[in-house]
Design a protein around this ligand. Structure first.
Ligand SMILES: Cc1cc2nc3c(=O)[nH]c(=O)nc-3n(C[C@H](O)[C@H](O)[C@H](O)COP(=O)(O)OP(=O)(O)OC[C@H]3O[C@@H](n4cnc5c(N)ncnc54)[C@H](O)[C@@H]3O)c2cc1C
Length: 373
């Protein structure tokens, strides 16, 4: 449930979203939100942030989404990268990055997905090897958002473990223009300001301090970033679902083709009521996940963050589908802007972890059922 502070934050961000509106200049919104302190609400005060947590940052993203202007980079820059650096970075990395991530003057993308690993991130092959005190990073990534507008990308690689021969995940800050680090935009059927990229890392030379945190604690550090990512994707989905639903409700109240507005027909009203209930339920789970995460319960937050992402993705897809349907032909016009949400809503079902992988997680981790893979 929202505290008084949360309500005030929600209202203030909603007002910014309303001023900006759908289809405005995303860069302008990013810098306005940064100036007002919204982008860094979760980051430590000592480094220019608001001293709050993912609970607060998820409110920011949800409200901007509900206003029709979500900022996808909130999921990666302050939520994943900011969190990982704040929790595990060296003092120098914190000073170098956190104030900029907090006020929005600097941005960081996040790259874990690989073409040959996909959902099975244990299979990633981007490999870091030592060369004197430097690191040399080689590999490929795919679907990485916002690399062109980010000052650097936090790349998940692996080092070769000399003892066991197994590979271990570790995180590197790779500045955008580092030699050997190239990107190619992917032609996505998505109407969004942020683009997705395929990345090639060809012996990218990085100084020792490009490694975030501890080479041996990679998995723990990675999960510290992945839980906020899931919670923030839930916020993204809930905001988008609310935005679509609000348009459908407004339309259903006014549009009259028989004697009463179409919203009086239960066939129109009930699915909208259902969509509202499911978005509210998803938000409750998101708030639970954020509260657990902010309280330092990484394990408890893991299950809740997965469930919240699942519920929000499903609720968003359904809300958008029903909203489009409620507008009839207008649901597919550019003017109303709902049709473009059909593909956008699917992102929340696929990324950062797909619906099936969450069902797998709950089957195995929560229910104790055996694994098929
Ligand atoms: C718009 C967008 C933005 C993105 N941004 C980023 C980003 O910034 N950084 C980043 O690192 N990644 C990003 N991604 C990548 C995203 O995280 C991946 O697409 C996602 O993890 C799924 O991986 P995949 O596409 O390789 O699908 P695959 O892993 O190939 O899965 C394909 C299908 O098979 C199913 N499947 C796979 N394994 C199983 C199994 N064991 N049981 C049941 N079903 C299974 C999946 O559920 C899915 O439906 C983005 C993706 C999109 C679409």
């Amino acid at each position: 449930m929202d505290t008084e502070d949360h309500k005030a934050l929600r209202e203030a961000v909603a007002a910014l979203g309303k001023r900006h509106g759908r289809g405005g200049d995303t860069e302008q919104l990013w810098s306005d939100a940064g100036r007002l302190g919204y982008l860094g609400v979760n980051l430590p005060e000592k480094h220019g942030g608001g001293g709050g947590g993912i609970s607060e940052l998820s409110i920011v993203l949800e409200e901007l989404g509900a206003a029709g202007c979500p900022l996808l980079m909130l999921v990666v820059s302050p939520a994943i990268c900011g969190t990982v650096i704040a929790r595990f970075g060296t003092e120098q990395q914190k000073q170098a990055w956190l104030p900029g991530l907090a006020d929005g003057t600097r941005r960081m993308a996040f790259g874990i997905t690989e073409p040959d690993a996909g959902s099975n991130s244990h299979r990633i092959t981007t490999t870091a090897r030592k060369d004197g005190t430097d690191w040399l990073l080689t590999g490929r990534k795919v679907f990485i958002s916002g690399v062109d507008i980010a000052d650097a990308t936090l790349i998940v690689g692996r080092t070769e473990d000399a003892r066991t021969g197994r590979l271990k995940p570790c995180l590197f800050i790779v500045p955008r223009d580092t030699p050997g680090f190239t990107r190619r935009p992917i032609d996505m059927e998505l109407n969004a300001a942020e683009k997705q990229f395929e990345l090639v890392l060809d012996d990218v030379r990085l100084p020792a301090d490009a490694l975030v945190g501890d080479e041996d604690a990679g998995l723990l550090q990675l999960f510290a970033g992945l839980n906020p990512e899931r919670i923030m994707t839930a916020a993204f989905a809930i905001g988008m679902g609310r935005h679509a639903l609000a348009q459908a409700i407004g339309y259903a109240r006014d549009r009259t083709v028989w004697n009463t507005p179409i919203g009086a027909h239960q066939a129109v009203a009930h699915p909208l009521a259902q969509a509202h209930i499911e978005l509210e339920l998803a938000r409750l789970m998101m708030q639970k996940a954020a509260a657990l995460y902010d309280a330092g319960d990484d394990m408890g937050a893991g299950e809740a963050a997965n469930m919240a992402k699942y519920a929000a993705g499903e609720a968003c897809v359904k809300a958008v589908d029903q909203a489009v349907h409620t507008l009839g032909g207008n649901g597919l016009t550019r003017e109303y802007g709902l049709a473009r949400l059909i593909t956008a809503a699917r992102v929340a079902r696929i990324a950062p972890v797909s619906r099936e992988m969450i069902l797998n997680y709950v089957s195995h981790q929560t229910l104790g059922l055996p694994k098929s893979y």
